[in-house]
Design a protein around this ligand. Sequence first.
Ligand code: SF4
Ligand code: SF4
Length: 386
Amino acid sequence: MAAVEDLMGLARQAESELDNNAAEVDRILHICNACRYCESFCAVFPAMTRRLDFNVADAHYLANLCHNCSACLYACQYAPPHEFGVNLPKTLARVRRDTYIEYAFPKAFGELYRRNGLTVAMAVSLGVAAFLIATIAIRGSLLVHGLEGEFYAIFPHNLLAVLFGASFLFSIAALAVGVTRFWRQVSEPGRPVPLSDAVGEAAKSALTLQYLGGGHGDGCNNEDDGFTLWRRRFHHFTFYGFMLCFASTSVATLYHYLFAIEAPYPVFSLPVILGTLGGVGLLIGPAGLFWLNMKRNQMQTDERQKVMDRGFIALLFFISLTGLALLIWRESAAMPLLLAIHLGFVMGLFLTLPYGKFAHGIFRCAALLKHAIEKRRPNPIQAGSD
Ligand code: SF4
Ligand code: SF4
């Protein structure tokens, strides 16, 4: 009962924070709309010129269009210590954090993750790993020789498929509910536009991380006014590393069900090559993002969001590290132990996917699509460039 009351208290607090953050977006964008110095920096500014006032839905939409490149903070003549105190990157970062919670399904899970992202991610992963280790230790197969990479001798394939398939499907369904709610709130009816053009433009912006170029292509700001392309590069290592690992799992699933070819696969097979390349990407990308996150100037971002960022970064890094260790030592006696630890981190990722930084990619794609649709319609204000 006390736990329910705690969660309701957190939800009430979150709602009042959301109102305050949205009101600050409205205040700042009224100043920006008069100034317009940053008009060419990113999609936020042309989207801004289509509005005279900014409600909560607009705040969520614009917050998820922003890539936190910080170009507008360093360019702004009204940034702190000016009395106007214009800090768009930080204000939009606060609203983005609200987005992940506001649209999370179930909402209470999002609230929990917002406060303790790193702790929740690690607790879930290590808890699952400990449970799996205890299970195989009781069966006496924790440290055994002679299995030669036979993962399914430790955990039957069907058991893994049901457990991990169900968790993954739950997360995808939770994300779909969240992004549908977001889309319903931020989209308005208007003149139909060629949807394939808009989807193509949004996909290109998302896949190239166009707006981490800082508006001029030289990169964004991290700890000072110097530009760096490393945020974009580390994001790319992370994203494409994740996609390669996903491709590896998909190919292995096809091998298993369509061609009855079961793991372990040889080192020069497609699933292992894709998984190894993806694993290396998922070591480099998250390690680099963590490094940049540690150095990041606190003026530019929402300090409280770091627990979420670091939780997700840590999960990706440990999944990759344990996966590569499992590949290297899969024929040793340590294979069952390494398998249990790796599966624990994978399960930790699946269960927390909808409540943290993974969700930001989904909301950002939705915001980019809305922007691509919106810019193909006449500007209702007719007061700025589009
Ligand atoms: S961030 Fe500052 S410089 Fe840029 S448009 Fe807004 S008020 Fe003008
Ligand atoms: S921080 Fe970068 S992406 Fe965000 S509003 Fe400013 S210029 Fe645009």
